[in-house]
Every structure is written in structure tokens, then in C-alpha cells.
Design a protein around this ligand. Structure first.
Ligand code: MN
Length: 240
């Protein structure tokens, strides 16, 4: 049975065509799969599970319908939706995975991660990441009124876009040493992640062995899906 891996859908009211593409994917391809792994940034922003926003609710319902049809759903936090919580899991029938998580299927062990932790050259981002992933910071944030959370999230996105625009492209990609270190620590041959929006299959030589890093792409202009079955792992583009 097939497992599918996606990331970086960045669902947002401003991009209805992406939402339509993703919902169609859930209703068709994903419906036949044993499992669907969403490796972060499913949403462009997520300010708390109590958010009544109709677009986000509609996506949660579509995911809930998929899991009700028998596809196991797994979520990992991205840098945009790290506040996805237990209530979201109840709404969708999904399960949150810690980052990174080792998964074994079809005789193959693969380490799944969002990927932002590997971008260690971007020091300001790593400092921000440490702050917002801190449970006490998250508790304080979630105590704010929804409107205040939305405003802060909008400011953070604007700041992130300004930061991204001024950083060298190289600094925004994964750091090779961080990648090598993760291969070594996990003792595996294959890492799958998203976040960088640079889909592809990359080879890394670590301790004399060639290892594979597969990067799933964003869903801005098309879909990007990693198919994992008895034949192995294949990165595919959904053109619709
Ligand atoms: Mn990301």
C-alpha cells in the first residue's frame, strides 16, 4: 500500500487555486493511500486551533473526510503552522509527529523532518525558531485574543518576507554539515523534508557512503508529492 508525503501547501484564503488543488488531491489520489504525511506548512499561518476562519475549517474538514475513509493522517509542524494542536488533530483524525520522526515502510527507513532546523546558516531565523517553539512562549501567545494573534502573525510574515528578500539564496538552503550530522545521528540513508521549496533528489556523501535527501516542493503553482510504495520513493509533480 502506498504512503504519500507532501509539505508546504501554504493554504491561504488569498490562494483559492491552491486550496482547490489540494482538496482535489485529498479526494482522489490521497484517498487510495494507506497513509498521508504532511511535513509542515500545511497552512500559511495557524494562530490556534480555536480559529473559526472558514477556509482553514474547510481544509480541516477535507482532511477529516480523508481519514474517515481510512487513510492514516500524520502532521508535522512547519515554521508557519507550529501551533497546530490537539484540537486540530481531533478535527481531522490525524496525529502530530515530532520533528524529526523515523518511519519504516516497505523495508525502508526514512527520516521525516520539516527541514527548517537544517537551515543553520540563517542565524536570525534559528533564534526566532528557538523562541516560538518554546512551550511557555506558545502558552502566552495562545492566551491572547484571536485578533491580536492574527495581527502578530501578519507582522511576523511581513518580517519573514523582508528577511527572506535580503538573505543570500545560499543561506536560506540547508547547511551541508547539519544534513551530514542528521544522517549520522539517525543512522539512516534517506531523509525527506520540505521547507526550502527546492524540490528534488539530492545526494550527500557522509562517512564514505552516498545518502539521499529528497525535498518535497511547495504547492503554489502545482502539487508536489512523494510516493512511497514497494517500488521505492518517487517524487512527482501534479500539474493540475
Ligand atoms: Mn517552512
Amino acid at each position: 500500500m502506498t504512503a504519500l508525503v507532501v509539505s508546504d501547501i501554504h493554504l491561504d484564503a488569498a490562494r483559492p487555486e491552491t486550496a482547490a488543488r489540494f482538496e482535489e488531491f485529498l479526494a482522489t489520489e490521497a484517498s487510495g493511500a494507506r497513509a498521508l504525511y504532511v511535513l509542515g506548512d500545511l497552512f500559511e499561518a495557524w494562530v490556534g486551533d480555536d480559529d473559526p476562519d472558514p477556509h482553514r475549517r474547510a481544509a480541516a474538514r477535507a482532511l477529516g473526510a480523508l481519514s474517515a475513509r481510512g487513510t492514516a493522517l500524520y502532521f508535522m509542524h512547519g515554521n508557519r503552522d507550529f501551533l497546530l494542536g490537539e484540537r486540530f488533530c481531533e478535527m481531522t483524525g490525524g496525529k502530530l509527529l515530532v520533528d524529526p520522526t523515523l518511519v519504516e515502510r516497505h523495508g525502508r527507513r526514512v527520516l521525516l523532518t520539516h527541514g527548517d532546523a537544517l537551515c543553520t546558516d540563517d542565524k536570525p531565523y534559528q533564534r526566532l525558531r528557538a523562541l516560538v517553539r518554546d512551550p511557555s512562549w506558545q502558552r502566552q501567545f495562545l492566551k491572547l485574543r484571536l485578533g491580536a494573534r492574527e495581527l502578530l502573525a501578519r507582522d511576523a510574515r511581513a518580517g519573514s518576507q523582508a528577511h527572506t528578500a535580503t538573505q543570500q539564496r545560499m543561506l536560506m538552503d540547508v547547511n551541508d554539515d547539519a544534513v551530514a550530522d542528521l544522517f549520522r545521528r539517525a543512522g539512516i540513508e534517506t531523509i525527506v523534508h520540505g521547507h526550502t521549496h527546492r524540490p528534488g533528489v539530492y545526494r550527500h556523501e557522509v562517512d564514505g557512503r552516498l545518502r539521499t535527501r529528497i525535498v518535497t516542493g511547495d504547492w503554489y503553482a502545482q502539487g508536489s508529492v512523494l510516493r512511497w510504495d514497494a517500488d521505492g520513493l518517487r517524487l512527482e509533480t501534479l500539474s493540475r
